[in-house]
Ligand binder design. Structure first.
Ligand code: GTP
Length: 367
């Protein structure tokens, strides 16, 4: 049984890691960092910030690097979220551990305080107060949120002893010893952050956590089976957006009531179009007659012409999908044009501004 921690009373501080380049989500991340990509109608981080606030976090230090200025432009001083936000930028990326150490300059908490650290690309339904409560009750150096996945061979895994102590940080292997993996949300004792070398590239996963375990410090696992998703790949990003719209994860940041889809102000959808599966239709986007859009993210001002099919895909800002084109599990960059008759499948990506000419429809010569 876990003790809950009164994060509200403690005015918990957090560090948010948002400096990564999001390479797996290109071309979407060429112009916008992954944590700012519109997700269920608002920047991805809005969901994380609102949830953090609901667990008593009141001050967040952003550890930025890639396209750093865009974060302050999006969230300002944080008052819209009831938060105080501070932005710290690395001159060159310092990795996850180096970024935490660098951002700690802006913390106000003392050495014995718990500090929440969040990866900026995780959707999680876990109870942050319980994780912090466990950390404080057991006087741990670090307490890691662990989640259970069906196929742990795609991740490094994190075995624990009966008392919850993390015993190792293991690299990816075809035969993992546990299905528990690092879920990207940590509680650090402030003094432990201060021991990370300053101004150097450090990885918490490869250096800090294994080092703490090696030297006998108490690294705890807080394991649960609540909703969890790392939105690092296009398929996961689309799934995260749809899950939020469909209510599979509650978010205080959703811009309004949703059902099978979320149509943002200024969008236009023909009554004969079929929209389903948690699809978001961005502001100014148009979906014409008899088009079918399922489980997808349509960004602002894009057009899906009549009879086109879009499934499990992202269509970038101002992109144009011509009549009869078929998209399944693909990413279309901003301003791209997919001509009539094109069929794009299974992980295809079209770079911003690219024009795919019409494809002739071939008829069988039989008969
Ligand atoms: P990929 O390039 O697609 O792997 O994505 P990514 O750059 O986001 O890397 P990854 O998913 O491994 O990063 C996990 C979290 O740490 C994300 O929230 C990143 O924004 C963040 N992050 C990774 N490297 C750095 C860094 O050097 N500095 C800072 N400030 N954050 C980082």
């Amino acid at each position: 049984m876990t003790e809950s921690y009164s994060t509200e009373a403690a005015h918990l501080e957090a560090i948010l890691l948002v400096g990564g380049q999001g390479t797996r989500l290109r071309p979407l991340t060429l112009s916008t960092p992954k944590p700012l990509l519109p997700t269920a109608g608002v920047p991805f981080l809005a969901h994380q910030l609102a949830r953090a606030h609901s667990f008593g976090v009141r001050r967040v230090v952003f550890a930025t690097s890639y396209r750093a200025s865009m974060f302050a432009e999006a969230f300002g001083d944080g008052s819209a979220f009831g938060l105080s936000l501070v932005y710290i930028t690395e001159e060159s990326p310092l990795g996850t551990g180096g970024a935490i150490r660098n951002a700690a300059r802006a913390l106000t908490s003392g050495p014995d305080a718990p500090i929440l650290v969040l990866n900026g690309d995780i959707l999680s339904g876990h109870d942050i107060s319980e994780q912090v409560g466990l950390h404080v009750a057991r006087r741990a150096a670090v307490t890691l949120h662990l989640t259970e996945v069906d196929d742990p061979s795609r991740f490094g895994c994190v075995p624990t002893g009966e008392d919850g102590r993390v015993t190792a940080f293991l690299e990816k292997t075809p035969n993992p010893v546990t299905n528990r993996i690092n879920a990207g949300c940590y509680v650090f004792q402030r003094s432990v952050i201060d021991q990370i070398p300053e101004g150097q590239v450090v990885s918490v996963e490869r250096e800090t956590f294994p080092g703490l375990i090696e030297s006998g410090e108490l690294v705890l696992g807080y394991a649960d089976r609540s909703y969890w998703l790392d939105v690092g790949t296009p398929a996961a990003f689309v799934q995260g957006s749809c899950d939020l719209v469909l209510g599979r994860l509650a978010s205080p940041a959703l811009p309004g009531p949703c059902g099978e889809s979320l149509a943002l102000p200024g969008s236009r959808v023909s009554p004969s179009a079929k929209i389903a599966g948690g699809t978001v239709i961005g502001p100014g986007a148009v979906v014409e007659s008899d088009a079918s859009v399922r489980g997808s993210v349509l960004y602002a001002d894009c057009v899906v012409e009549s009879g086109a099919t879009v499934a499990d895909s992202v269509v970038g800002v101002g992109a144009h999908i011509a009549s009869g084109a078929v998209l399944r599990d693909v990413v279309i960059g901003d301003g791209a044009y997919v001509g009539p008759g094109n069929e794009l499948l299974a992980g295809a990506r079209v770079w911003p501004g690219v024009r795919l000419p019409p494809r002739a429809v071939r008829f069988s010569s039989d008969g």
